[in-house]
Design a binder for this molecule. Structure first.
Ligand SMILES: Nc1ncnc2c1ncn2[C@@H]1O[C@H](COP(=O)(O)OP(=O)(O)O)[C@@H](O)[C@H]1O
Ligand SMILES: N[C@@H](CCC(=O)OP(=O)(O)O)C(=O)O
Length: 378
């Protein structure tokens, strides 16, 4: 058996040496309470990031704020609830946001580009390769890509919904050295800041977050995920080899200088294939396969692929390649996986050996239902 090295655990004081950094900025700190872009906040952030880019670092900026920036021009007072109006506001606001970034970075001699992504772009293999190639090229050309979700065309099914988790996957996509998540609060606290609470300086693993109370977004009507999605995004990054810092936009300069600000999530796991990250943390599953006890043991304890013989029933409406839940006979979900057959094909396969199925239905049926490489335990 080959021995693999433990993941490298670094502290926040290492951030000045990070070469490739994904920085995510949220609507709450980028826009005013009325919804327009805050010139002061944007300029201060760009100064910090442009200095770092001019010093030779590669920066990817994941910026929210399109919907918020589109509110005022459309005469809206707060973030709309319906998807179509959100799409329209994003379409208006994204252009305004890019115009500001182009101008502000340009004043420092830094070129920016716009990259709009949907969840599918980071999950489907061909699109993933596309996004990867484009971002690599931009970084090699010294450009700062400004990434946002493609809100205008993303529907509920293919949306991330929050840019925190999008930023974690982008950090993974570009093999970033670090992820920095900026909002209007300077750290993760033991409770919502409005109720007091203490700053959490360092998260080494989920045990450091036990008992922490996470509230919803601070500035009503602007942010989306609140602190919960930032903590989740930082944990996704740290669990797959990328350290993360959660702090405020106002503290971004000090954070990148390695000063003692924010909440640092040190690395506690190795790099994983992006589709497994997506499966574990983001995917909306489309059905459930119920496993007998033997299949549960095979999947959970012996890390085996799931065979048709071990499945007793199926629920949901899914196509081959969709994410599904794998549950035990009591209904407890034990894993998530990408299924190789559609819900329509399943009933004829359940409880049967792959050999039998191959003989009866053809060689394409002599396959596992869910391959071990497409499975994550929960
Ligand atoms: N335990 C907590 N620690 C820190 N902030 C918290 C906590 N619980 C809730 N929050 C709130 O989360 C808000 C940040 O989330 P959000 O408004 O969605 O930011 P953004 O728009 O920048 O993504 C903060 O303003 C803060 O009030
Ligand atoms: N893509 C959306 C932002 C979604 C989002 O995550 O917002 P936030 O919680 O402010 O980071 C927009 O540009 O308005």
């Amino acid at each position: 058996m080959t021995m693999t090295a433990e993941p490298l655990v670094r502290g926040r004081e290492w951030l000045p040496q990070a070469q490739r950094i994904v920085v995510k900025v949220g609507s709450s700190s980028l826009t005013t309470i009325r919804g327009g872009i805050s010139e002061r906040a944007l300029a201060a952030l760009v100064d910090t990031l442009a200095d770092r880019a001019n010093a030779g670092a590669e920066i990817v900026l994941v910026s929210s704020g399109a919907i918020a920036a589109g509110l005022a021009p459309l005469g809206l007072e707060r973030r709309p609830k319906d998807l179509a109006t959100q799409q329209a506001a994003a379409s208006v606001g994204q252009g305004l946001l890019m115009a500001r970034y182009t101008q502000a970075f340009g004043a420092h001699g830094v070129t920016v580009s716009q990259v709009l992504l949907t969840a599918d772009d980071l999950v489907r293999r061909t699109q993933y390769a596309n996004a990867h190639r484009a971002l690599e090229k931009l970084l090699h050309l010294g450009v700062v890509p400004v990434v946002n979700e493609n809100d205008t065309v993303a529907t509920h099914e293919i949306r991330f919904g929050d840019n925190d988790r999008l930023a974690a996957l982008v950090a993974h996509l570009v093999h970033a050295d670090a992820l920095v998540l900026l909002s209007d609060v300077d750290a993760v606290y033991t409770g919502p800041p409005s109720e007091g609470g203490e700053r959490i300086e360092h998260v080494r693993g989920s045990h450091d977050l036990e008992g922490v109370r996470i509230g919803s977004a601070g500035k009503a009507g602007v942010g989306t995920g609140g602190m919960a999605t930032k903590v989740e995004a930082a944990a996704i990054a740290a669990g797959s080899g990328i350290p993360a810092l959660v702090t405020s936009t106002a503290a971004a300069g000090r954070a990148l200088a390695g000063e003692d600000v924010g909440t640092w999530f040190s690395v506690n796991g190795r790099r994983k294939p992006v589709r497994l990250l997506w499966l574990a943390h983001l995917a909306a599953t489309r059905g459930t396969l119920v496993l007998d006890d033997g299949a549960v043991r095979a999947v959970r304890d012996r890390h085996r692929s799931l065979l048709p013989a071990g499945v007793t029933s199926v629920a949901g409406d899914f196509e081959a390649g969709d994410p599904v839940e794998l549950a035990d006979s009591a209904g407890t979900v034990v894993a998530r996986g990408l299924v190789n057959f559609s819900a329509d094909e399943m009933p004829a396969m359940l409880g049967r050996s792959t050999k039998d199925l191959g003989r009866e239905l053809g060689p394409e049926y002599e396959r596992v239902l869910v391959h071990v490489d497409d499975l994550v335990l929960v």
